[in-house]
Design a protein around this ligand. Structure first.
Ligand code: GDP
Length: 528
């Protein structure tokens, strides 16, 4: 690379913020994504999503919406610019399609927004996603949403964040007026308030009016005094933003707003630009960090099949880690050493696809019909690179599988081998039952549907699934399995690729075995 190329890549990487929004269904992720696009002038009016009944996860609704809007918020990634910075929002599938992919996506981002419904606080799916972010050391910015509606008190919400996540919450703005009586946002530490002129349904950017501290008491009365007091109290107890703590994943800057009314969204975007980390050097399998300004490298974090059902096509999503990506370049597939031609690079926006010609560190490239690529695989140019494999996440749903037609056993085996390798489902074999009736293990139940559909379409095999009573899985260290064999309430299984996994019905059966056999280490590992 020439010195000029080198500087260009570095500059582009510094301009990138690659993020995910982690939240529980209905907290407002789609609404927030839309509000961010509105601010970036990618769309001129928001609102089609809002309040649409029965929209949840149904494909036809998404498509209808895409057509209506001309842009999709169900995209694998949306990209927009704010204050000269390129923000890539990688979608974390939720709702009914919560799956291992949801977790894997988090390996592709540099930071995340933890979106919380002010009335509900931290909910189950948010906590699950939070745990993955914590494990990977992903810095989190918190947005407490729906402040236009009655909810919990701001201080209680902060308390909940602190006790349940262990993160130190550092408010960057503080709400003037309780949830449902929203008057404005106080900029933490400055005492200046911004008030917002509501637009109908938040369909356009809310007009912001700053109020100086000397005018605020008269304008906002007691609510202002309370906000100043609470803000000062939090500052006095050390809850102020500290960049090092934030980047180390130990504190979280907290924002308040209302995505549906477009309040507080600009402030959040400004924070992404100012505080969220840009694309930076990534650590490879050999523990060396590959700088961003070198030859191209990237890894596959998700493979999506059957988006275009007529063609059984597969899109491999690659997170660019270093260098410039140019469509047509010939890369090396690190896992096989084979060349990989990138003629069909696309930017996938919902059902629409645009040819993508160039991409930089932090960006996501969709490679169409990349049948040789699996999640975790590395592609590189020039100097060899290989990124660590993606972790397998702990499944919570287990079903026995067998071919509906026993004469199809060969296709059945081959199909499952393929889907296991692709990370669509985890295959486990119970020695008691045998390999002809493997256990399929999933993070979300929708993975079973995907398996059934793909086995039928690609391997011409109907699969019969039978749910089991197991809900907990623990990977076992070598040598532990024989000690568990024959114990009640536990089933020891093996992965076809090696490794033992113990399955338990519930926490009680796990706890009973832990009590009876304290010598077995079945504790939840800090890292999965
Ligand atoms: P998602 O499931 O997280 O993508 O949530 P959606 O964006 O679909 O929002 C779920 C519901 O909450 C919709 O009816 C939205 O209109 C509503 N909603 C989202 N943000 C806000 C907000 O700031 N205030 C209020 N009152 N409603 C909101």
């Amino acid at each position: 690379m020439t010195e000029a190329d080198n500087l260009l890549v570095l500059d582009q990487a510094m301009r990138r913020r690659t993020i995910a929004v982690i939240s529980h269904p209905d907290a407002g992720k789609s609404t927030l994504t839309e509000a961010m696009l509105l601010h970036a002038h990618r769309i001129s009016e928001a609102g089609a999503v809002n309040g649409k009944p029965g929209r949840r996860g149904t494909v036809s609704d998404w498509m209808a919406m895409e057509q209506e809007r001309g842009i999709s918020i169900s995209s694998a990634v949306v990209q927009f610019e704010h204050r000269g910075t390129i923000i890539n929002v990688v979608d974390t599938p939720g709702h009914a399609d919560f799956s291992e992919d949801t977790y894997r996506v988090l390996s592709a981002v540099d930071s995340a927004i933890m979106l919380i419904d002010a009335a509900k606080g931290l909910e189950e799916q948010t906590m699950k996603l939070f745990a993955v972010c914590a494990m990977r050391g992903i810095p989190l910015i918190t947005l407490i949403n729906k402040w236009d509606r009655p909810g919990l008190s701001a201080l209680n919400l902060l308390d909940e964040i602190e006790t349940r996540t262990g993160l130190l919450p550092t408010p960057m703005v503080w709400p003037v007026g309780a949830a449902g009586e929203f008057r404005g946002l106080l900029t933490s530490g400055i005492d200046q308030v911004t008030t917002y002129q509501h637009t109908v349904g938040g369909s356009t950017i809310a007009q912001e009016t700053p109020i100086r501290p000397e005018d605020a008491t008269q304008a906002l009365g007691q609510d202002y005094a309370t906000a100043v007091e609470e803000d000062a109290l939090l500052a006095a107890t050390g809850r102020t933003h500290d960049t090092a703590l934030f980047l180390a994943g130990q504190s979280t800057p907290v924002f308040f707003g209302s995505a549906v009314r477009n309040i507080g969204v600009r402030t959040l975007l400004d924070a992404l630009v100012s505080y969220a980390p840009p694309a930076a050097a990534r650590v490879m399998t050999d523990a060396r960090a590959r700088p961003v300004n070198t030859d191209f490298s990237g890894y596959v974090f998700k493979v999506q099949s059957g988006m275009d059902t007529a063609h059984h096509d597969r899109v491999a999503y690659v997170r660019v880690c270093s260098g410039q990506f140019q469509r047509g370049m010939i890369l090396t597939h690190a896992q096989t050493g084979r060349p990989f031609v990138t003629k069909y690079a696309q930017h996938v926006v919902g059902r629409e696809r645009h040819t993508l010609d160039t991409a930089w560190p932090g960006d996501v490239v969709g490679l169409v019909n990349a049948s040789s690529l699996r999640p975790g695989d590395t592609l590189y140019a020039g100097e060899p690179a290989e990124y660590p494999p993606l972790p397998r996440f702990r499944p919570e749903h287990f079903s026995y599988a067998q071919p509906a037609d026993t004469s199809k056993h060969k296709q059945f085996r081959r199909g499952l081998e393929q889907l296991n390798g692709e990370g669509v489902i985890q295959v486990l074999i119970s020695p008691n039952v045998g390999a002809h009736r493997p256990l399929l293990a999933a993070v979300g139940p929708m993975q079973f549907e995907v398996v059934a559909a793909r086995m039928q379409a690609e391997f011409h095999t109907d699969v019969t699934l039978e749910p089991t009573r197991f809900t907990i899985a623990r990977d076992l260290a070598p040598g532990i399995a024989p000690l568990l064999n024959g114990l009640r309430g536990v089933e020891v299984t093996t992965r076809p690729e090696g490794g033992d996994v113990a399955l338990f019905e519930d926490r009680r059966s796990l706890a009973a075995i832990e009590r009876a056999h304290p010598e077995l280490d079945l504790a939840e590992p800090a890292h999965q």
